[in-house]
Ligand binder design. Structure first.
Ligand code: GLN
Length: 254
């Protein structure tokens, strides 16, 4: 009896090890789970036809993954849920047009900057009263929750800041007349205007705060942070970075 149980037990062990060997474990080690809030064109969004995740960040992460011999899987996550997802190990990396800030750097490891950005403001095309950030005092401002745009809007005196889960919802609110302005990342505003057309909305005022985007990994994951920085250097050197930049922004990187 005991002997038979031992046979069963070792069979089970062999089976389990076998399954682990050719299945899940080995494969998941090769997959880099990238968290992104995927309604932020042109950085991360879903292709309308194919439903695939596309954008500058997606291509950059694929190029980085290639250097590291890993496959990239996009995990669409609300912007304010990205850092908690990283801390909870549901994702390995955040690549979501995330600005490197001191506050965030307390919780995550940022890569070297990979994109220079800034905040700007969009108003309705027929608005003649808002020309600059100082004109936003007491106004209704639509922003995406948890972003640097939301932070900046909250600093404006008497402003009524309305927070949405995505930048596209903030733009919709402006269109519907529920907000006087949207404060958001300049390249995303530009992309929106290029798509929506100049009849709908316009960009006004100076660009606020030079910001830089970084790829984030968990605080404890210094090894992965090093690998990502190395791969970033490599794709800058082999021309892949410039190629991707031109594809999405139609110009050479600054
Ligand atoms: N760059 C902004 C930030 O980090 C917005 C990013 C985003 O909405 N994806 O807060």
């Amino acid at each position: 009896m005991t002997k038979r149980w031992m046979v069963y037990a070792s069979l089970l062990l062999v089976l389990t090890l076998g399954l682990m060997g050719c299945g899940g474990n080995q494969q998941s080690a090769k997959v880099l789970k990238v968290g992104a809030e995927a309604t932020f064109a042109p950085f991360e969004f879903q292709d309308e036809k194919t439903k695939e995740y596309v954008g500058f960040d997606v291509d950059i992460m694929k190029a980085i993954g290639k250097q590291m011999g890993m496959e990239v899987q996009i995990v669409n996550t609300g912007f304010d849920g990205l850092i908690p997802a990283l801390e909870g190990s549901q994702i390995d990396v955040i690549a979501s047009a995330m600005t490197i800030t001191d506050e965030r750097a307390k919780k995550v490891n940022f890569s070297k900057p990979y994109y220079k950005s800034g905040l700007s403001m969009v108003v309705k095309a027929d608005n003649t009263t808002i020309k600059d950030f100082k004109d936003l005092e007491g106004k209704r401002i639509a922003v995406q929750i948890g972003t640097t745009g939301a932070e900046a809007a909250k600093k404006i005196k008497d402003a009524q800041v309305r927070e949405y889960n995505s930048a596209s919802e903030a733009f919709l609110e402006l269109k519907a007349g529920g907000a006087d302005a949207v404060v958001n990342d300049l390249p995303v505003n530009e992309y929106y205007l290029a798509k929506a057309g100049s009849k709908e909305a316009k960009l006004v005022g100076d660009v606020l705060d030079a910001e830089e985007y970084g790829i984030a990994v968990a605080k404890k994951n210094t090894e992965l942070a090093g690998k990502i920085n190395k791969a970033l250097d490599e794709i800058r050197q082999n021309g892949e970075y410039a190629k991707i930049y031109e594809k999405w922004f139609g110009k050479k990187p600054q």
